[in-house]
Design a protein around this ligand. Structure first.
Ligand SMILES: Nc1ncnc2c1ncn2[C@@H]1O[C@H](COP(=O)(O)OP(=O)(O)OP(=O)(O)O)[C@@H](O)[C@H]1O
Length: 240
């Protein structure tokens, strides 16, 4: 084997789903995920694609430590979420997951820099260090010239870049993006995808949830979900 090459087993899994079932209470209950097994290694860029109601948000909520499975195992960065208390789970979420949303979800009264720095409040850093890291993250997404702008003074694509900077500033184990191009025109959406690809080349682990096959086809790995099952996964699952 080439020196420095790792088999899949040696790589570190950032996300692991083993036979995961998620049921929502109701009469009758809704089985949103039904026996999902999935492994994502550090440094991957992947899409979770499926139609409305297929279970994408449910999978994202589990991968992002926002919820726990009904049965099966979800491990995030090596932690079995079912074994963590609510406090430990929210700490895992705050420190190891970066979220990007379709609606950007920025705070209107704050500058781009302050919006990004909010992601660091639990890291015990001085204000000066938080600002320095926020500026570095904004520079990384190409917004070094917009650090004092407020969301209303930025285009949609720029606002999504601020949101991506906020997601990556804490150096999370994985960035999870929920329909990140859903509010952007196709050209700006493609620039956002290019940015995600660039961050991936720099080593970030990124998952994109989308119903848009044009977007998913741009990414190296596509997991397609249908009726709560994984229908296909372009990852071979063997040594890479
Ligand atoms: N809190 C809930 N209570 C009951 N049923 C739910 C709940 N959340 C989701 N569901 C159901 O679980 C199934 C999967 O929903 P989910 O939101 O994961 O799908 P999705 O692929 O993200 O859809 P969309 O693209 O429309 O957001 C659907 O049948 C949905 O109605």
């Amino acid at each position: 084997m080439r020196r420095g090459a790792h088999t899949r087993a040696e790589q570190s899994a950032v996300l692991e789903f083993v036979d995961v079932v998620k049921e929502y209470k109701g009469v009758p209950p809704v089985r949103a995920l039904d026996g999902v097994s999935l492994r994502v290694d550090s440094g991957e860029l992947f899409a979770v694609m499926g139609q409305s109601g297929s279970g994408k948000s449910t999978l994202l909520n589990l991968a992002g430590a926002l919820d726990r499975p009904t049965s099966g195992v979800v491990r995030i960065d090596g932690h079995d979420v079912s074994r963590l208390s609510d406090t430990r789970l929210s700490s895992l979420r705050g420190r190891r997951i970066g979220f990007v949303f379709q609606q950007f979800v920025l705070i209107e009264g704050l500058t781009a820099m302050a919006n990004v720095a909010t992601a660091l409040v639990y890291q015990g850093l001085s204000t000066k260090k938080r600002r320095a890291r926020a500026i570095a993250a904004l520079e990384r997404v190409g917004l070094g010239g917009r650090i004092h702008h407020r969301p209303g003074q930025l285009s949609g694509g720029e606002q999504q870049r601020v949101a991506i900077a906020r997601a990556l500033v804490g150096e999370p184990a994985v960035i999870l993006a929920d329909e990140p191009t859903g509010n952007l025109d196709s050209g700006t959406g493609m620039q956002t995808v290019d940015l995600l690809r660039e961050l991936h080349r720099d080593g970030a682990t990124i998952g994109v949830v989308t119903h848009d096959s044009t977007l998913a086809d741009e990414l190296p790995r596509v997991v397609t979900i249908r009726d709560g099952h994984i229908e296909s996964d372009t990852s071979s699952g063997g040594p890479r």
